[in-house]
Each structure stands twice: as structure tokens, then as C-alpha cells.
Design a protein around this ligand. Structure first.
Ligand code: URA
Ligand code: SF4
Length: 305
């Protein structure tokens, strides 16, 4: 095959993956005015960073009273597919408009969910669909409770995760565990997964094509777990879940919706907090997590650093 043909094929593949990614993210169409994937990833790597953004966050904003979401209820018996009504808002809280691509039907029952997640993990283990397969030791699928109401999504495995086969078991993971316990959960009450299941060499940011190739696995995980809230840890998780848009520094602390169904709270990646452990950064993350607790109707424990 000539070089030109190969290049054309690669461009076509990337374009398909890009569109698929947007569909996975629930977009109705291609976003206007966003940078192309390669450029977006480079910009992102420069400003937000891979396992931890390099950008200095701006001076913290005053925390305004933010409305709670009123997303659709997840564990209800499957309603017949009929036009969705706007869900009832919590007392005093305006409901957000729910975009057009919610999950259909109810989440599977616990036993089925566990079985299907097990099957999916077995499918992922030998996956060689993208370049990241070459340098990994093993795939890293998930940890925690498949019935969790709360799911954390990170970027991709680092060296420790690659060695142990579990997400967030290194230094950033230890901090994440502290955050989880600080929220009043036990470590394994929540479900944790990453955008890509294989370690990018040298902990680089996953390429858009790698993310797009791996995302269907995460989509299925989310569809099966059907958490009530997702916390997006850092810029790559945010981009993977919601598509390209504003950076993590800008949107952290504000509610987004995954597929028009599940509220997403973007916050800083714990690796960034480790690198920039200022009271301001820690305070911002804690304030984001407090919003999550409020959304889940849980009491807010006082913070222990
Ligand atoms: N950073 C991530 O984003 N995910 C992990 O699993 C570990 C570190
Ligand atoms: Fe497969 Fe995802 Fe690993 Fe790529 S990162 S090889 S798509 S499991």
C-alpha cells in the first residue's frame, strides 16, 4: 500500500473514531468550533496534564449556591419507552434541561450486572485494539462495588496500576481513597474505572484515537453500573466523558450530564492535588465532593486533611 493510501486510511479511521466518540458521549452532532482531536490533546497535555494538570488553577471563585440536579431515577423498574417527562426537581432547586440521549430502560439487576461486567473484563483483558496494548503489562478494568451509587473515572493506569491490575492503587490512588473515606464511604463502596484500560508509555496522555477506541468499554461499564453520580477526575476524564470543551480548571465544580442522564462532577485529578497540595486546591476538590454528597442526599462529614 502506498504511503498516501495508508495516510488516507489512518485519517478515515481517526474521523470514524472521532464521530463514534461523540456519539458515545451523547452529542447530537459534531461540536462547532472545537479544535481537531490531535490539537486538542496537545493543548490539553500542555495546560491540564495527563496524570495531573500542570496549569495553575485560578484564584478560587466564591462558591455560589449551586442548584442540585434532578436526573432520572436509575433503579426504577423499566418504564416502557415513552416520551421522557422532565424529572421532578428537588424542593427549591431548579431542574436542568435533560438532553436527548438518555440510557434506555432500567439498569440490570445486581447479579446480571456483575455477570456482564465480568464478561466485559474478560473481553478487555486480551484487547489489542489500540497502540497502548504494546507496552502494557496487563489491562486495568475497575475496582470497587458494581452496585455503587458513585463512580470515579480517571485517565488511565500508571506504573503501579499496570503492575497490580487495579485502578488507583499508587500514590494518587491513596489520596483518592482518603477522599472517598473523607466523604463517608468505605474504600470499596464506590466504583472506579479509567478512560483507557492500558498504561500509556511513560504516563503520557492517551491520544484521542486511543481514548475513542477504548471508550466503548467504559460506556458499557457506566451503562451496567448506572451510578447516580460520576466524578470526572481531571482533564482527560472530563474530555473522555463529555467530549472536548472547556478545560477542567474552568468547569470543575459545575454539574454536567453524561448522556443526558447521569450528573457528572468534574474535579481535579488527585495526582494534580499531590503536586499542588495548596489549601486552595484541596479546598476546591473538597467543595466539589461536597456537592456530590449533597446531590446523593448524604450528610457532609467535616473535612479531615
Ligand atoms: N491515574 C489515573 O488516572 N488512573 C489510575 O488508575 C491511576 C492513576
Ligand atoms: Fe484495548 Fe483499551 Fe487497551 Fe487500547 S487501551 S488496547 S482499546 S483495552
Amino acid at each position: 500500500m502506498s504511503d498516501a493510501k495508508r495516510e488516507l486510511l489512518e485519517i478515515t479511521r481517526a474521523a470514524h473514531a472521532w464521530v463514534a466518540w461523540h456519539e458515545e458521549c451523547g452529542s447530537d452532532g459534531l461540536p462547532a468550533g472545537d479544535p481537531p482531536p490531535a490539537r486538542a490533546a496537545r493543548d490539553d497535555a500542555r495546560t491540564q496534564g495527563a496524570r495531573g494538570p500542570r496549569e495553575e488553577p485560578r484564584t478560587p471563585r466564591a462558591e455560589p449556591e449551586r442548584p442540585a440536579f434532578a436526573p432520572p431515577n436509575r433503579r426504577e423498574a423499566a418504564p416502557p419507552p415513552e416520551p421522557r417527562k422532565a424529572p421532578a426537581a428537588r424542593a427549591g432547586a431548579p431542574a436542568l434541561p435533560i438532553p436527548s440521549t438518555p440510557f434506555e430502560g432500567a439498569a440490570p439487576a445486581s447479579a446480571e450486572r456483575r455477570t456482564r461486567l465480568g464478561v466485559l473484563a474478560e473481553q478487555v483483558a486480551p484487547c489489542t485494539k489500540c497502540e497502548l496494548a504494546k507496552a502494557r503489562t496487563q489491562t486495568v478494568f475497575s475496582r470497587g462495588n458494581p452496585d455503587a451509587e458513585l463512580m470515579f473515572v480517571g485517565e488511565g493506569p500508571g506504573a503501579d496500576e499496570d503492575a497490580q491490575g487495579e485502578p488507583f492503587v499508587g500514590k494518587a490512588g491513596q489520596l483518592l481513597d482518603k477522599m472517598i473515606v473523607g466523604m463517608g464511604y468505605a474504600r470499596d463502596d464506590v466504583y472506579i474505572a479509567n478512560i483507557v484500560k492500558c498504561r500509556p508509555p511513560g504516563n503520557r496522555t492517551p491520544e484521542p484515537l486511543e481514548m475513542a477506541t477504548c471508550l466503548p468499554y467504559l460506556t458499557e461499564q457506566i451503562e451496567l453500573v448506572r451510578p447516580k453520580v460520576i466524578v470526572a477526575l481531571g482533564a482527560t476524564a472530563l474530555r473522555g466523558l463529555l467530549g472536548p470543551g472547556e478545560g477542567i480548571t474552568k468547569v470543575r465544580g459545575t454539574w454536567k450530564l453524561y448522556r443526558g442522564t447521569i450528573p457528572v462532577m468534574p474535579t481535579f485529578h488527585p495526582a494534580y492535588v499531590l503536586r499542588t497540595p495548596t489549601p486552595e486546591v484541596k479546598g476546591m476538590v473538597w467543595s466539589d465532593l461536597k456537592q456530590v454528597l449533597k446531590q446523593l442526599g448524604r450528610s457532609v462529614p467535616s473535612r479531615k486533611d
